[in-house]
Design a protein around this ligand. Structure first.
Ligand code: GLY
Length: 337
């Protein structure tokens, strides 16, 4: 009866209200944090300030990725590339050790979507808010509405893309085209993959896991397109008994295999984090066949004991690692050599 009351309260289950069910009583772990791509180094630095003091993994993964949301880059935060109609739309999700989770998608003009996702988790009975409703909720929670202007870098990239793609607003001509007009390219002009999600996983001193994931999605995407990053089970999944996983890359192909939860499921079955990530990459390769040459997907995972592993389709996927003993950028193994 007591747990029913707790659940019906709606908002997130708070650690102080739950007995040691998830918390690994008495266990003092070596904390660590991992996150996707090179930008993870800076994000980890911030997360580490929390973990080393014995702070909660959930706080670490929120504060860590906020660093990336605040920085100027192609694919995370308000400075990132816009959709094909010129608007930056952001997706994010967060999950803790109690299966509490929150997500936002298609969110505009809010600097820290990851913090809005956390508020969804903690202040509402829901898991996922999108678009105007997510923005309305954010504003009601005190987040400021930022300018809709693009960053100078994004403005330049967008103008260049418009010119080359010859794209006009959908209301003008897109429905007349057989393929509905240009879609997000797989790669940016500089040859890099057109997505650079930051996903972060942390293990704290209490032995608890949390994860976060935030992105602007693919640059020049169709308006309204949402990838894997805000979808619990696709872009992120945490199971405190087993481990956690984040995905990065072509979101559509992560969603179709329920990527992150599938990796954690394989770990529950006994695979190491790297073996589980590799298995799911192989699954995508077998589904996509020849098309994998144009697609990058990577999974990054951690076990509840702190073992870490990753695997990607193409070489070049890096992840940042931070513990008491090490601060480094690691290269993942990949299906293509
Ligand atoms: N993985 C990011 C996206 O596809 O939106």
């Amino acid at each position: 009866m007591q747990s029913l009351t707790l659940l019906s309260a709606g908002a997130a289950i708070h650690p102080s209200k739950v007995s040691a069910q998830s918390k690994k009583a008495g266990l003092v772990n070596k904390p660590l944090v991992i996150s996707t791509w090179d930008a993870g180094l800076l994000a980890n630095k911030k997360a580490w300030t929390i973990l080393q003091k014995g702070g909660r993994a959930l706080d670490a993964v929120e504060e860590g990725v906020k660093e990336t949301e605040s920085s100027l880059n192609c694919c995370v935060g308000l400075g990132a590339n816009p959709d094909r109609d010129g608007h930056v739309t952001l997706d994010a999700c967060i999950m803790d050790e109690y299966h509490n989770c929150g997500a936002v998608a298609f969110l505009e003009r809010i600097k820290h979507p990851i913090s809005v996702a956390r508020r969804v988790m903690e202040k509402t009975p829901h898991v996922f808010l999108v678009g105007e409703g997510a923005q309305q909720f954010a504003v009601s929670e005190g987040f400021s509405l930022e300018s809709p202007e693009l960053s100078p870098a994004a403005e330049a990239a967008y103008k260049n893309w418009l010119q080359k793609s010859n794209y006009k607003s959908p209301s003008i001509n897109v429905e007349n085209k057989k393929d509905h007009g240009p879609f997000a390219p797989y790669r940016l002009e500089n040859g890099e993959w057109n997505h650079d999600t930051i996903g972060m996983l942390a293990l704290d001193k209490s032995g608890n896991l949390s994860g976060s994931c935030t992105t602007s999605g693919a640059g020049f995407k169709m308006r309204g397109r949402v990838g894997d990053s805000p979808i619990i089970g696709a872009g992120l999944f945490v199971d405190n008994e087993v481990g956690a996983c984040v995905a990065t890359g072509q979101g559509e192909d992560v969603i179709r295999v329920a990527g992150a939860s599938s990796v954690v499921g394989l770990m529950r079955g006994g695979l190491t984090p790297e073996e589980a990530c590799k298995k799911m990459i192989e699954r995508i390769v077998s589904i996509k066949k020849d098309k994998v040459k144009d697609i990058q997907v990577a999974f990054l995972a951690i076990s509840h004991r702190g073992e870490v592993g990753a695997f990607s389709i193409h070489p070049g996927f890096t992840f940042a690692f931070r513990s008491e003993d090490a601060e480094e950028l690691k290269k993942a193994n990949s299906w293509f050599k």
